[in-house]
Ligand binder design. Structure first.
Ligand code: KG4
Ligand code: ZN
Length: 328
């Protein structure tokens, strides 16, 4: 029974998970409104908000799970990658609780958490799996041969997919965070009205999104009256096409049995639809986890912690937070 804390960016989250898969509570307090007026996450604002929220969020996670400290096996926290001031709040809280309650502490890599979100949803996932991990900071294609055994197949050479959504939304004056706003607006637009270029579509497994963002800017300069809904739908269609094409190519290259989605951008409705359709058409198992397990949450951190604790043991208390911690 693991209590896990996630504070790597702008969500303060805590969860209780039994046996690495049974989610007893999964509390996420988003700071999105605090950062919206600045058009992006302000690290200092995030750290201060985590400080205010961490105790109530942990209390709520324990209450919703109906467990007491004596029922717990370990306390875990994301120890990187992320914003260092934000990470330190969760790491310090988890260590303090582990000392107070005499429990082991487990530091978890945030990206490994995103990978475990797939197993949390489907413990019998056919392996090897290819996971398309798309968030505000990362765009990765990862081969998961088994938990703990990963290989990087592709990544972005410039912007992350979520970053591209956010930048295009800002340019169009839609607001922050851009992904969900483009997603919503695209529903009312015509996705075939404007065809944007698909960066690196026919080459390898790496991604490039900055040219696609520039293409939107150039289009709007030439057509100042272009409809934001059509622009959103066309841009989203181009990003989704590239993401799914490369995920399929990666799956074929390693002979994967299943292909999974993860990360904040995996909440995108068009991506979920096209991903499931094309992966299934190719005769592979497509796993599209619930949105609450795709965006940042602590249940996925607890799932990864459970496996790490069983395989590597506890993390020493003098181990800190590492903003650029690598998984692969
Ligand atoms: O994984 P995440 O919650 O945080 C990290 O970056 O680790 O991902 C946040 C990113 C943001 O760029 C946001 O715009 C994007 O995920 N996002 C979406 C959607 N929901 C969130 N992008 C496209 N469509 C969405 N519905
Ligand atoms: Zn994340």
């Amino acid at each position: 029974m693991i209590l896990a804390i996630e504070t790597s960016c702008d969500e303060t989250a805590a969860a209780v998970v039994r046996d690495g898969r049974e989610v007893l509570s999964n509390v996420v307090s988003s700071q999105v409104d605090l950062h919206a007026e600045f058009g992006g996450v302000v690290p200092e604002v995030a750290s201060r908000a985590h400080l205010d929220l961490i105790v109530p969020v942990v209390r709520q996670a324990l209450a919703e799970a109906d467990v007491r400290p004596a029922d717990l096996t370990a306390v875990a926290a994301t120890h990187g990658p992320g914003l260092v001031g934000a990470l330190l709040v969760g790491v310090s809280a988890a260590k303090a609780l582990s000392v107070a309650w005499n429990l082991p502490y487990v530091g978890v890599n945030h990206m490994e958490g995103h990978l475990f979100a797939t197993l949390l949803e489907r413990p019998d996932l056919p392996l090897p799996a290819v996971v398309l991990l798309v968030s505000g900071g990362h765009t990765l294609l990862v081969e998961m041969r088994e938990p703990g055994r990963y290989r990087l197949l592709g990544s972005t050479v410039d912007d992350a997919a979520g970053e591209a959504f956010d930048k295009v939304a800002r340019y169009l004056g839609l607001g922050y965070p851009g992904g969900p706003l483009i997603d919503r607006l695209a529903v009312t637009g015509d996705r075939t009205a404007i065809r944007f270029p698909r960066g690196l579509l026919n080459e390898g497994l790496d991604f490039s999104f900055s040219g696609m963002k520039t293409a939107v800017v150039n289009y709007v300069r030439k057509h100042p009256d272009a409809d934001n809904a059509d622009l959103s739908a066309g841009f989203q269609e181009a990003v989704v096409d590239v993401l799914v094409t490369k995920a399929l190519r990666a799956a074929e290259s390693v002979g994967a049995a299943s292909v999974c989605l993860g990360g904040g951008v995996a909440a995108n409705s068009r991506l979920r639809e096209v991903f499931a359709e094309r992966i299934t058409e190719a005769g592979l198992t497509a796993l599209v986890p619930a949105r609450s397990f795709c965006t940042d949450n602590a249940a996925m951190i607890a799932a990864a912690a459970s496996w790490r604790l069983a395989n590597d043991g506890p993390t020493p208390l003098d181990d800190g937070a590492d903003p650029s911690l690598r998984l692969l």
